[in-house]
Design a protein around this ligand. Structure first.
Ligand code: NDP
Length: 298
């Protein structure tokens, strides 16, 4: 048996079309154009690509995109001052500070300086607290995208065993909270977990967010389980001619897992594309909440 492949690219494309439709309604009915400000500090090549893609997708959805680039040597105070300016700008409904930041800047201080209602990444401590207590905050994009794909595939997830490997604040923990909200029985695994293989074997849903290439082995996957691979790892492999090439792999041993799983997200083309689409959706949500306008349905 081979698993169904969950096409994150197609899912994200459909969500983007839906968001563009929302933006059209907001413009026509209320003259409201949602705006997203993205702040990039330094010249990290991966961050530059992410920021470029976010900027492009925001414009394609009909929203305003404001890009702010700062030198790697910028002081924390200067960055905080830009965040404060954006917090007060009524044209800006969402603020995203691209991580990682240079070592001399305290990331948590910068994230917590963003107005929680404009924190479209959902990383602010108030938004984490709201998610944990069932309140209405902004939800982190990557885990929210994963849950959208899981719901689409599984419908009601009540009572299912979900195992999340990885407990970061940006993926693992919010993912656990979201699946708990869906009435899953949630287990969080991490680097100190004993017998990870046995833990994963019990899972109806596996979410891997570790950052270790192919850590979750294919034969750990329970037959028919749904596997969401969040990992993005660049690895070097030699081709048949002995030429070294880099390619992207996930945190799951895909080639073997695909033989056991009921459904699985590929890397690339799974979770990755959904993250940006959900960011756009979060920006629309933020704009509607800040202006007291009812969010159009997708
Ligand atoms: P972090 O490095 O912040 O967290 C990794 C987690 O994995 C930690 O909780 C760590 O445990 C756990 N871990 C590490 N090694 C092991 C191991 N051998 N066994 C079990 N658990 C282990 O990573 P992120 O959550 O930020 O990212 C995870 C992956 O997801 C990365 O590949 C990243 O690139 C990708 N990612 C993809 C996104 C997308 O849009 N698709 C968005 C964000 C991330 P401990 O806490 O004990 O140290």
């Amino acid at each position: 048996m081979s698993a169904d492949v969950i096409d994150g690219k197609a899912f994200a494309a459909a969500l983007k079309v839906g968001v563009a439709g929302q933006v059209n309604i907001l413009k026509e009915k209320y003259g409201l154009i949602p705006g997203l400000a993205v702040v990039l500090v330094g010249e990290d090549p991966a961050s530059q690509v992410y920021v470029r893609n976010k900027n492009k997708s925001t414009k394609e959805a009909g929203m305003n995109s404001y890009e702010h680039r700062m030198e790697p040597s910028v002081s924390e105070a200067e960055l905080l001052s830009l965040v404060a300016e954006l917090n007060h700008d009524p044209a800006v409904h969402g603020i995203l500070v691209q991580l990682p930041l240079p070592k001399h800047i305290n990331e948590a201080a910068v994230i917590d300086a963003i107005a929680p209602e404009k924190d479209v990444d959902g990383f602010h401590v108030i938004n984490s607290g709201l998610l944990a207590t069932g309140g209405r905050g902004m939800v982190p994009c990557t885990p929210l995208g994963c849950v959208m794909m899981l719901k689409d595939r599984l419908g009601d997830m009540s009572g299912l065993n979900a195992v999340i490997v990885g407990r970061s604040n940006i993926v693992g923990k919010p993912m656990a909270q979201l699946l708990l909200n869906e009435n899953c029985t949630v287990t969080m695994a991490h680097s100190r977990t004993r017998e990870l293989d046995a833990v994963v074997r019990r899972a109806d849903i596996v979410v891997a967010a570790v950052g270790v290439p192919e850590l979750v082995k294919g034969n750990w996957i329970k037959p028919g389980a749904t596997v969401i691979d969040v990992g993005i790892n660049r690895v070097e492999k030699e081709d048949e001619q002995g030429v070294k090439k880099t390619r992207l792999v996930g945190d799951v041993e895909y080639d073997k897992a695909v033989q056991n799983a009921g459904a699985i997200t590929p890397v690339p083309g799974g979770v990755g594309p959904m993250t940006i689409a959900v960011l756009l959706k979060n920006t629309v949500t933020a704009a509607c909440r800040q202006t007291g306008v009812e969010e159009p349905e997708i």
